[in-house]
Design a protein around this ligand. Structure first.
Ligand code: ATP
Ligand code: MG
Length: 289
């Protein structure tokens, strides 16, 4: 066993170096910034891990990473070290909790130098070694930038997050339009709603426009989360709300969101005898060139 395989096995157990390729990738994205992607990604990772699902969250907001700060962590090494070639994936991945892992991203300009094929070759050849994960959540930046679309097209499923703000809805729709060229289905999650009714109304509004203009797209309602002081406080104080307050309204609602998403994804996995996780991921990546 090579050095890295040994290290992964020590960190995460025997299964970590198994050849069972099965990781599913869920990208969390939005048209407009600041709608709650990072908050949702971090809390989802924790709640899925609590169900016994091995889940990683990768800070894929290239150049603007802040998931580590949100989690109150200061990683020694990040994806930048991996791209520079002075770290391997086993050196940068951090256990956050039982079954829950962070792949730290990088903020700053230096990483933008790697915005070429090299970045993807290096990144994907390394991330393949995380195949012990059941799910990897990709917390992306907002909008339709070059790096972001790569991650989105390569993910098994995409969650587009919006708020009821009309500008956010317009940008979310623009995102759906771009993604619908590659994705059969997309989840829409309404965050910071006043109540369930507002969440439903926002979904319905987007669904109608999408049905009229993007007929091939299956838009799935992932549910809604309310604007909530507990959430805002957890971000300010850098703790994971779902961990500290699993019975809070926001945590319970996010559990429902996860139920809906996993239900759809797992049903499909049972229905279709698909390629392994990383094979599918690479095939989709290659199809983009
Ligand atoms: N449900 C919520 N209730 C109250 N505040 C929220 C909620 N969701 C997110 N916020 C607040 O919105 C702000 C932005 O959240 P977050 O950083 O998760 O958004 P983002 O979409 O990742 O932003 P960016 O596009 O900059 O990456 C945070 O200050 C957070 O506290
Ligand atoms: Mg973010």
């Amino acid at each position: 066993m090579n050095h890295q395989a040994h290290k992964l096995e020590t960190l995460f157990g025997e299964q970590s170096v198994s050849k069972k390729s099965k990781t599913r990738f869920i990208a969390v994205t939005s048209g407009k910034g600041g709608v709650g992607k990072t908050t949702i990604s971090a809390n989802m990772c924790f709640l899925m891990a609590k169900r016994g699902i091995k889940t990683g969250v990768f800070d894929a907001d290239i150049g603007l990473a802040n998931l580590d700060v949100m989690l109150g962590l200061s990683p020694q090494k990040t994806i930048l070290n991996l791209l520079k070639g002075d770290a391997e994936i086993a050196d940068i991945i951090l256990p956050i909790d039982k079954n829950c892992f962070l792949v730290p991203g990088e903020s700053g300009n230096e990483i933008l130098k790697f915005g070429d094929q090299f970045m993807y070759d290096r990144f994907y050849s390394e991330i393949e070694k995380l195949d012990f994960l059941d799910y990897l959540i990709l917390d992306t930046g907002a909008g339709i930038g070059e790096h972001i679309t790569m991650f989105l097209h390569a993910a098994d499923d995409v969650i587009v997050v919006t708020t009821p703000d009309p500008a956010a809805i317009t940008d979310a729709y623009a995102m759906l339009k771009v993604l619908s060229a590659k994705k059969e289905r997309i989840f829409l999650l309404v965050n910071q709603a006043q109540d369930d009714l507002e969440g439903e109304r926002v979904f319905e509004r987007v669904r109608k426009v999408a049905a009229a203009n993007l007929p091939s797209l299956k838009l799935i309602n992932a549910g809604s989360l309310q604007k909530d002081n507990d959430v805002a406080k957890s971000i300010r104080s850098r703790y994971i709300l779902s961990k500290e307050a699993p019975a809070s309204r926001a945590s319970m609602k996010l559990e429902k969101v996860i139920d809906r998403i996993l239900n759809v994804m797992e049903r499909q996995m049972l229905e279709r005898k698909e390629d392994s996780g990383f094979n599918r991921f690479f095939k989709r990546l290659l199809n983009q060139f």
